[in-house]
Design a protein around this ligand. Structure first.
Ligand code: 2HA
Ligand code: ZN
Length: 295
């Protein structure tokens, strides 16, 4: 390197002291959320994954975007075959494949990665994390396709989250997997349900996970729903913020828990459809009216 290059590099480093990334709000949110999900029993072993679309300006406070650590092919369990053009250049923080939510908080640098979708749309550029040679979750294709689908409906969507919440899963085994019936049962279980997820819950039949096919099917559902159940596997949620997305799954799981606590007992009371309609009107949300049984 020549003298002028040295000088330029020194100048660049002097003018831009980078902040400690472990203190970055987006890293702290990933750590806190993974820890909560683990503690709630939703994400055993390597179950679950989160991806979070970051604001490039915010990221530049912590890392040098010109320094690519390595390039990783975009794939789940197979080489990926889908068009990510709308996401080229976008930066995500994402949980790693095979990594345990249990460990994220204590060791973010090995369990999380910050990646930028490469210009050719065939891979991602690692900018930080996955320090032990890791790569993004095997469900990254499903995440990216879901991000693209949600961004079309809501340009502010930033988070996609997958989890295995216990009662939601249990309910999959004993309740009909019909979107209207499943959503309606959840709406009946907690007063706030219809306000929190007025658009209802989409459902996919059991499918092989980690593939582009389940990614495409999830994204198709995401055009209509912010919540998609993967039958007998888990759930996907999407939202503007980590809190909103976590809250969606948390509310479904709470409703499913009440269902599982009561499904085998005689039902004496319920929240009526007319009452749900009052809630929708009071909180001024637009609900899936076709999921109600109004006279
Ligand atoms: O990442 O949950 O669906 C582990 C999983 C796969
Ligand atoms: Zn899973």
């Amino acid at each position: 390197m020549g003298f002028m290059d040295d000088l330029k590099k020194a100048g660049k480093n002097l003018s831009r002291a980078l902040k400690d990334i472990t203190g970055a709000p987006f890293v702290k949110e990933m750590c806190g959320t993974a820890a909560n999900m683990y503690r709630l029993g939703w994400d055993e072993r390597n179950g679950g994954n989160i991806s979070y679309l970051l604001d490039e300006k915010e990221v530049t406070e912590y890392i040098d975007l010109n320094e690519v650590i390595r390039t990783i092919p975009l794939m789940g369990v197979n080489a990926a075959d889908f068009d990510v053009t709308p996401l080229i250049g976008k930066i995500f923080i994402v949980t790693g494949t095979g990594k345990y939510f249990k460990n994220v908080e204590d060791d973010p640098e090995n369990n999380l990665g910050i990646v930028r979708i490469a210009a050719d749309g065939k891979g991602v550029e690692l900018l930080w994390g996955f320090a032990d040679g890791g790569r993004p979750t095997s469900e990254f294709p499903a995440h990216l396709m879901s991000h693209m689908a949600r961004l079309k409906v809501d340009p502010e969507n930033r988070v996609v989250m997958h989890s295995h919440p216990t009662n939601t899963l249990a309910m999959n085994f004993v309740h009909e997997l019909d979107e209207k019936k499943f959503t309606h049962t959840l709406w009946e279980m907690c007063t706030e349900c219809i306000v929190v997820f007025p658009d209802g819950v989409g459902i996919l039949p059991w499918m092989l996970c980690g593939t582009d096919e389940i990614g495409r099917a999830t994204a198709k559902k995401m055009e209509e729903f912010r919540l998609v159940v993967w039958a007998m596997h888990g759930i996907y949620g999407a939202g503007k913020t980590m809190d909103e997305t976590f809250g969606l799954i948390e509310t479904v799981e709470k409703a499913a828990q009440i269902y599982m606590l009561t499904a085998h007992l005689p039902r004496v009371n319920t929240i009526k459809d007319e009452e749900m309609l009052q809630l929708v009107e009071l909180f001024k949300v637009k609900c899936r009216k076709d999921f109600l049984n109004l006279k």
